[in-house]
Ligand binder design. Structure first.
Ligand code: NAD
Ligand code: DAU
Length: 375
C-alpha cells in the first residue's frame, strides 16, 4: 500500500493511548481536523481506560486496539496494516509506589515491552523506502526520574546529566531509554526521546498525588503526605507535555533526547495545601479540607527533588509551556469535580485493594499537621 498522506498527517501508532498522558495526546492530536489516523494500542491494564477516548467514538480516524506491546505478532500486523509514519510510545507501568511493592510488571512492560516494540519497528523500518523511510520516527516518552534525585541547591537535570535511577520504576525507564539509544546507534532506527517531569491534568488515575488528594478530600478521608512533605517536583500541565511531544515529533533531531518541564518546582505539602484551598472555594464544606492533611510513613528511597532544565527544547525547537500552575491546577480540580462519575468508574474493587495495600501500614502512627508541629 502506498501512503497518500504527507509526512505531517500520516498515521500514528500510539502505545498506551488509553492512559493518562496517552489519551490527552490522542484527543489533542485529533482535535486538528487535518490530522491523519491514529491507532491506539493499549493493554487496558488498571491504568488504561477506553472511556478516556469516548470523544472519538464517532471519529473514523481513530482505532483502539486492545493488546500488549509484548505481543510481537500483533505489533507486526499493526505496523504492516497501518504503515504509521511514527510510533509514539507511552505504554508503561508508571506508578513508583506500585514498582516498590511489585517490580516484576515494570521490568516486563517497560524493558521487555520496549525491546519488542523496538525490534518490530526496526523490522518495519527495514521495509520502507523513499519518503516513507525518511519520515519514519520512533518517539519514546520517558521521565526525569531516570536522572535520580537533587539536593536543594543542585542545578536542574539537563540532557547530559548521568542516569542514577533510584526506584524500580525509574530503573526500568532508564533501561528502556538505553535500549532506544542503542537501537539508534547500532541499527540507525530514527528515534527521539523525551524526558519529562511530573504531569497533572484530566484523566490522571487517582493513585497519583493530585487526583488522589482531590478524591480523598471530597470523600472526607485523610490526605496522605509522605514523610515531611518537603519533596519537590517540577509540575507540568499535561497539554503542555503533549504539545512538546508533537513538537519533538515534527522537528526534533533524530537520535536526540529532549528534556521537558514546566520550570515550576513545588513542595508536595504546598501542592496539597493549594488543592485544599481550591476545594474550599469550589466545593466548600463545613471545615477546611486542609484539616484532613495527614503525615504518613515515607516512600522507601523517596527522591527528594526533581527539576528539569528545558532550555534545549526551548532553544532548538521553540517549545514553551503555556499553562501556569495556578490556572492549571484550578482547571484540574474543576475537571475532577465535573467528572465524578469517571472517578467512580476507575476506583473499582481493585483500586480499593491497592489503597489498602499502599496506605494500610503507612497510616499507623500518622500525624496531622498540628500534631507534627507539637512534636
Ligand atoms: P498511565 O499509567 O496513566 O498509562 C499507561 C498506559 O499504558 C495505560 O493505558 C496502560 O493500560 C498501558 N499499558 C501498560 N502496560 C501495557 C502493555 N504491556 N502493553 C500495552 N499497553 C500497556 O501512565 P502515564 O502517566 O500516562 O504515563 C505515560 C508515559 O509517560 C509512561 O511511559 C511514563 O513513564 C511517562 N511519563 C509519565 C509522567 C507522569 O507524570 N505521569 C511524566 C513523565 C513521563
Ligand atoms: O517525575 C515524573 C514522574 O512523575 C513520572 O515518571 C511517573 O510516572 C509519575 O507517577 C510521577 O512520579 P511521582 O512519584 O513523582 O508521582 P506521584 O504522584 O506518585 O507522587 C508525587 C509526589 O507526592 C512524590 O514525592 C510522592 C508524594 N506522594 C504521593 C502519593 C501518591 C505523597 O506524599 N502521598 C501520596 O499519597
Amino acid at each position: 500500500m502506498v501512503r497518500t498522506q504527507d509526512g505531517r498527517n500520516g498515521p500514528l501508532l500510539v502505545t498506551g493511548g488509553a492512559g493518562f498522558i496517552g489519551s490527552n495526546f490522542v484527543l489533542r492530536h485529533l482535535r486538528d481536523q487535518s490530522a491523519g489516523p491514529v491507532v491506539t494500542l493499549d493493554a487496558l491494564t488498571y491504568a488504561g481506560n477506553p472511556h478516556n477516548l469516548d470523544a472519538l467514538a464517532a471519529d473514523p480516524r481513530h482505532t483502539l486496539v486492545q493488546g500488549d506491546i509484548l505481543d510481537r505478532d500483533l505489533l507486526r500486523q499493526l505496523l504492516r496494516d497501518h504503515r504509521p509514519r511514527a510510533v509514539v510510545h507511552f505504554a508503561a507501568e508508571s506508578h513508583v509506589d506500585r514498582s516498590i511493592l511489585g517490580p516484576g510488571a515494570f521490568l516486563k512492560t517497560n524493558i521487555d515491552g520496549t525491546f519488542h516494540l523496538l525490534e518490530c519497528a526496526r523490522e518495519f523500518y527495514g521495509t520502507l523506502q523513499g519518503e516513507e523511510r525518511e519520515q519514519f520516527r520512533f518517539l519514546h516518552v520517558s521521565t526525569d526520574e531516570v536522572y535520580g534525585t537533587l539536593e536543594p541547591g543542585d542545578p536542574a537535570f539537563h540532557e547530559n546529566t548521568p542516569f542514577a535511577p533510584n526506584s524500580p520504576y525509574a530503573a526500568s525507564k532508564a533501561s528502556s531509554d538505553h535500549l532506544v539509544r542503542a537501537w539508534h546507534h547500532t541499527y540507525r532506527l530514527p528515534t527521539l526521546i523525551t524526558n519529562c517531569s511530573n504531569n497533572y491534568g484530566p484523566f490522571q488515575f487517582p493513585e497519583k498525588l493530585i487526583p488522589l488528594v482531590i478524591g480523598n478530600a471530597l470523600a472526607g478521608k485523610p490526605l496522605p503526605v509522605y514523610g515531611d512533605g518537603q519533596q519537590v517536583r517540577d509540575w507540568l500541565y499535561v497539554e503542555d507535555h503533549c504539545s512538546a511531544i508533537e513538537t519533538v515529533l515534527a522537528r526534533g533531531t533524530v537520535g536526540e533526547t529532549y528534556n521537558v518541564g514546566g520550570n515550576n518546582q513545588q513542595a508536595n505539602l504546598h501542592v496539597v495545601e493549594t488543592i485544599c484551598a481550591l476545594l474550599d472555594e469550589l466545593a466548600p464544606a463545613n471545615r477546611s479540607y486542609a484539616e484532613q492533611i495527614t503525615f504518613v510513613t515515607d516512600r522507601p528511597g523517596h527522591d527528594r527533588r526533581y527539576a528539569i532544565d528545558a532550555r534545549k527544547i526551548q532553544r532548538e525547537l521553540q517549545w514553551f509551556p503555556t499553562q501556569d500552575f495556578a490556572s492549571g491546577l484550578r482547571q484540574t480540580v474543576q475537571w475532577y469535580l465535573d467528572h465524578q462519575s469517571w472517578v467512580e468508574n476507575v476506583t473499582s474493587g481493585a483500586y480499593r485493594d491497592w489503597i489498602d495495600t499502599n496506605y494500610g501500614d503507612r497510616t499507623s502512627g500518622a500525624k496531622t499537621p498540628a500534631e507534627t508541629v507539637a512534636r
